[in-house]
Ligand binder design. Structure first.
Ligand SMILES: NCc1[nH]cc(CCC(=O)O)c1CC(=O)O
Length: 307
């Protein structure tokens, strides 16, 4: 039997797909696994801010088309780039163990502490990062930054920014950990939903591939990301808004943090729910509804006028 693994061509995507391939080869030594690179809209246009590209599914649509056309049998994605609703023709059959979820600050001259009192120019295009950065450090400036992780690091080198913000997971997976200035605590920057997690998508009903792929699922990550995505589905309502959520098990507890913010960070509603670890049902939905009822809805109305 031969199983084709579809991936984007970026270095991070290839790292993720190769990791999936090795894990599968270990479980199924008699099956042949092969990588196939698929170009996506998000890869072809590397300039337009993601928040202005009509958003959802930029990195995932072409992979899903290839799945549907049976050009590939498995699609590997950064889970945080997946839309909050997945088309019913497909399903996520496995989630890999999550990497550290934090965002990181990278700079040649400054540290995170300098953001408190200096007017630095920080590179990021993420609405979530901009909103929370401005809420914490009102005097800083943000400047759009796009491209793959290595491109973004190069743009920092070229001197266009005083510092940039990236997800730890991508930096670490590409071997650039030594470039990190500071790991940003999650109470300053709540991560993107599913940040640091890798999703393995298949055709719904492909039972043979499902059996193979589900053997590499990391259940704890799956549970946490499911709650975060429940949160996202309720707050986002089809429009890109500054939003983040982070769920994890901590000893005998389960903790989920979330926020919704305005684009300029002047208004942010965040909330935390702590539950016994075996009683977490609907935590993401409950967190979303709490935030919407306590100021979140007004923020979203403002933000949505612009989309
Ligand atoms: N939107 C791009 C993207 N998608 C996944 C990652 C990093 C790895 C991850 O969080 O899974 C990145 C880059 C970044 O945000 O720094």
């Amino acid at each position: 039997m031969k199983v084709i693994i579809g991936t984007r061509g970026s270095k991070l995507a290839l790292w993720q797909a190769n990791t999936v391939k090795s894990l599968l080869e270990e479980k199924y030594p008699d099956v042949e696994f092969e990588l196939r690179i698929i170009k996506t809209t998000g890869d072809i246009d590397q300039k337009t801010p993601l928040s202005q590209m009509g958003g959802i599914g930029l990195f995932t649509k072409q992979l899903e088309k290839a799945l549907e056309d049976k050009e590939i049998d498995i699609a590997v994605h950064s889970f945080k780039d997946m839309p909050s609703v997945i088309d019913e023709r497909f399903e996520i059959a496995a989630v890999l163990k999550r990497e550290k979820v934090n965002d990181v600050f990278i700079s040649k001259k400054y540290t995170l502490n300098d953001l408190k009192d200096k007017t630095l120019v920080i590179g990021t295009g993420s609405l979530r990062r901009v909103s929370q950065l401005k809420a914490n450090f009102p005097q800083i400036e943000t400047k759009n930054l796009r491209g793959n992780v290595d491109t973004r690091l190069r743009k920092l080198e070229e001197g266009q920014y005083d510092g940039i913000i990236l997800a730890y997971a991508g930096v670490k997976r590409l071997g650039f950990e030594d470039r990190i200035t500071d790991i940003i605590p999650t109470d300053i920057l709540i991560p993107a939903v599913a940040q640091g997690a890798v999703a393995v998508e298949i055709r719904r009903g492909d039972e043979k591939v499902k059996e193979i792929v589900s053997s590499i699922n990391h259940r704890e990550t799956e549970i946490c990301v499911e709650q975060e995505r429940d949160f996202l589905r309720i707050v986002e309502g089809g429009c890109r808004v500054p939003v983040g959520a982070y769920a994890r098990f901590d000893g005998d507890s389960f903790v989920i943090d979330g926020f919704v913010g305005s684009l300029n960070g002047e208004r942010i509603v965040k909330h935390k729910i702590i539950l016994p670890k075996d009683d977490i049902e609907d935590s993401g939905k409950n967190l979303a509804n709490y935030i919407l009822e306590n100021g979140g809805r007004e923020i979203l109305k403002e933000v949505e006028k612009r989309c």
